[in-house]
Design a protein around this ligand. Structure first.
Ligand code: PPS
Length: 571
């Protein structure tokens, strides 16, 4: 349907000589240090992956994209690609000014002429682009809790690509892929987008899709930013490499895409299609619940299972790439082969097998068998290396509660009990200890408390990543900050939030440090529970009462919880 056009597409880079000159000149410009997500966006802007965009969106383009998925020019573009900054930085700038865009090491990647500066209506963006103003959506959470308040727009001049030291040979710009397809004579290419490891069913369905379209296949996994909690891309790429060997020779290739996903379902599917068209592909596989973000805060799916396919189909001609349905493949035991579920005529007479993602994670976590019909041994072995049984993984126990609620005492008891069991190193990050050693310059304003908790979260996530047990016991009064810490930790292991639910009246009655008295007298300001807020955890893994229950028992309740989650072996 779509004639292959593999001519080069426009990039935003200047020539090597001009780049060297520009780099020197840009050293004097006001600099913005790009966030990891902005670096991903910038790379695809510069290399043409986001063609026809010429820079971060102007306000008019942004409004059009948010309202009806269209740039001011009328071109289809479903995702706001915006440069968010804080108010102080934005206030320093004048419209028309050039700024330098630097990576996290300070290397200048590009310059941008700031033509637009505005404060976006984030609630509207959340509703229109992501379908709901609900922080359970990862991109909405990012929008409200991580992105700066002000957006800057303007054309970008590319100086150099962001540097990647990993899997260099597997990363291709759109023009490199186009040249590769030209060289191999691949006139039709089906792209497969993924953020998960591939198993036999995926191998089967992608190969069938390519065969049906009489095309070659490009496995095009995202290695930029995916959904929090996904398998890390290092492991995934090793898995993809193993699967690549299973396709017939010369039919299939793989390239890594440094995209920062938004998990925006239907709009994301259209965006993915445009990006793949820019990479020279003619077909694109769209599945059930494509780029779905999971459940909303009411426990329901954000999007209908086929919304992405429907929206894609409506815009297919403009996207310039043909959608290929993702077939639901199942293993038919009697015939020992994968077949598309909707093509099995004798459903009642055969044994149909499948393992869901949740079930796979459970089996990996608990070290249970994963059958050969489900995955390739090389893939399973890679996954097992990064996901040892839960009882050998690192994790974080995060106590939260008022001052004097008993957090430190229970945390200490828990630490000793875990050390008695042995097996993993245990580190206690108690509120007072952290404030002495890590955060001695901080006070108790919201900003300082957030900084303090993010530091604790960072250390806890490093401990968790390296297979240890971190026990944290700060007040941590803000739900959004606790959630951010949860995300940091869950990238590497379990996060167990324990609310020490001692009432403020009881804490004040105990007043072990005499601080409540001082707080009542106004001698300590911003005191949690007295003159400063505390967000009661809405769904902690465990809530412990300390009134009429001794410390030993509270610590034991935590141990039982850890045991029920498989984090420690049954005693
Ligand atoms: S936070 O909000 O999580 O950063 O607080 P945290 O680091 O846990 O520090 C709490 C301990 O500091 C003492 N302290 C105060 N707490 C609350 N509000 C104010 N204004 C304050 N000023 C000092 C208090 O002893 C807390 O200790 P714990 O161990 O919680 O009783």
């Amino acid at each position: 349907m779509f004639a292959p056009n593999l001519a080069p597409i426009p990039e935003l880079y200047v020539s090597y000589e001009s780049a060297q000159k520009l780099k020197v000149e840009a050293a004097d410009l006001v600099s913005h240090d790009l966030t990891p997500r902005q670096i991903c966006d910038l790379e695809l802007l510069m290399n043409g992956g986001f063609n026809p965009l010429k820079g971060f969106l102007s306000e008019a383009d942004y409004d059009g994209v948010v309202e009806n998925m269209r740039l001011e020019s009328g071109a289809l573009w479903p995702m706001p690609i915006t440069l968010d900054v804080n108010e102080d930085f934005a206030a320093k700038l004048e419209l028309g000014q050039d700024i330098a865009l630097r990576d996290q090491e300070g290397v200048i990647l590009a310059t941008m002429t700031v033509t637009d500066r505005w404060e976006p209506n984030k609630a509207r963006e959340a509703e229109m682009v992501f379908g709901a103003d609900d922080d359970a959506h990862p991109a909405v959470n990012y929008l409200h809790n991580q992105a700066g308040k002000i957006y800057l727009g303007g054309p970008v001049t590319g100086i150099q690509q962001p540097v990647h030291y990993d899997f260099r040979g597997r990363r291709d710009t759109p023009n490199e892929l186009r040249a590769y397809f030209r060289k191999l004579g691949w006139r039709k290419v089906v792209a497969f987008q993924t953020r998960n490891p591939l198993h036999r069913a995926h191998q089967e369905l992608t190969f069938r899709a390519a065969r049906e379209a009489q095309a070659n296949l490009l496995i095009h996994p995202v290695v930029g930013m995916t959904k929090p909690g996904d398998v890390d891309h290092f492991t995934r790429v090793r898995c993809y490499e193993a699967v690549l060997d299973k396709y017939p020779a010369s039919t299939t290739s793989m390239s890594l895409l440094n995209l920062a996903m938004r998990m925006a379902g239907p709009r994301e599917a259209v965006w993915h299609g445009l990006i793949r068209a820019n990479h020279g592909c003619t077909h694109f596989i769209v599945g059930r619940d494509h780029a779905g973000p999971g459940k909303n805060s009411a426990g329901e799916d954000f999007y209908g299972p086929y919304d992405a396919q429907d929206l894609f189909r409506t815009h297919q001609d403009e996207i310039g790439i043909e959608m290929v349905d993702f077939k639901h493949m199942v293993w038919v035991a009697e015939r020992a082969q994968y077949e598309p579920m909707d093509e099995i005529k004798d459903k009642d007479d055969v044994t149909i097998l499948n393992i869901s993602g949740t079930e796979l994670r459970r089996r990996l976590a608990e070290g249970l068998e994963i059958p050969e019909w489900f995955s390739f041994p090389e893939v399973v072995s890679e996954l097992r290396k990064t996901r040892p049984p839960r009882s050998q993984q690192g994790f974080t126990v995060f106590f939260t509660g008022f001052s004097g609620s008993g957090k430190s005492t229970i945390a200490n008891a828990l630490m000793v009990k875990l050390m008695e069991m042995g097996g993993r190193p245990v580190t206690l990050l108690d509120g007072d200890i952290v404030r002495k050693n890590l955060s001695s310059e901080l006070g108790f304003s919201k900003e300082h408390r957030d900084l303090n908790i993010r530091r604790i979260g960072y250390v806890a996530s490093e401990i968790t990543k390296n297979g240890g047990i971190a026990i944290c016991a700060p007040i941590a009064p803000y739900a959004t900050t606790r959630r951010a810490v949860r995300e940091d930790v869950e990238a590497f292991g379990a996060f167990v939030e324990v609310h020490v639910a001692t009432s403020i009246e009881e804490c004040e009655r105990r007043d072990r440090k005499g601080l409540y008295k001082l707080a009542r007298e106004g001698k300590i300001k911003e005191f949690t529970g007295i003159s400063d807020p505390y967000d009661v955890p809405a769904s902690p893994e465990l809530s412990v009462e300390t009134e009429n229950v001794d410390v030993d028992n509270c610590a034991h309740q935590v141990l039982l919880k850890l045991e029920s989650m498989g984090l420690i072996a049954a005693q």
